[in-house]
Design a protein around this ligand. Structure first.
Ligand code: FES
Length: 161
């Protein structure tokens, strides 16, 4: 159930758009739900759809289009490695495989300790810096050689809760 605090945050986003365009706030509201709950469950989508007054599919098609929205619980650190074509040509796929093999997971997998989730990613808009990756949808990292990946994983692991 949406808390009053969550509804107030939604309302701040909704105020940015015309009253008859409530769907326009869907991305911001999904980000709020994910921040508060860690992921966007089908129940969360339904609650948001009800609040916006739209069909649940109108919310789900946004959740499922952007991989920044987690459709299932993820680890403390979500690692998105770009494997789009320009990055593929400069070791993006190898970077993904390196991370997966170091952590012992398949792509989209989460480590047993719940610390890491690894996902391939679509273009992150920094093709010239390949291999590139994103940590927790916020921190962009460039030129990720295997050595830099190893350093990153060790650093994150040491900061895990
Ligand atoms: S293809 Fe990887 S950042 Fe553009």
């Amino acid at each position: 159930m949406l808390s009053e605090q969550t509804k107030a945050r939604f309302d701040r986003e909704l105020a940015k758009y015309p009253a008859n365009q409530r769907i326009s706030a869907v991305m911001a509201c999904l980000a709020i739900l994910q921040q508060e709950r860690g992921w966007v469950s089908p129940e969360s989508e339904q609650e948001l759809a009800d609040y916006l007054g739209v069909a649940p599919m109108a919310v789900h098609e946004v959740t499922s289009f952007y991989n920044m929205y987690n459709q299932k619980p993820v680890g403390q650190f979500k690692l998105n490695v770009c494997t789009n074509l320009p990055c593929q040509l400069r070791d993006g796929e190898k970077a993904l495989q390196h991370v997966c093999s170091k952590l012992g997971v398949e792509p989209y997998g989460t480590t047993a300790d719940g610390v890491f989730t690894v996902q391939p990613s679509e273009c992150l808009g920094a093709c010239a810096d390949a291999p590139v990756m994103l940590v927790n949808d916020r921190q962009m990292l460039s030129f990720m050689s295997n050595e830099k990946l190893d350093q990153l994983l060790a650093h994150l692991k040491s900061n895990a809760k």
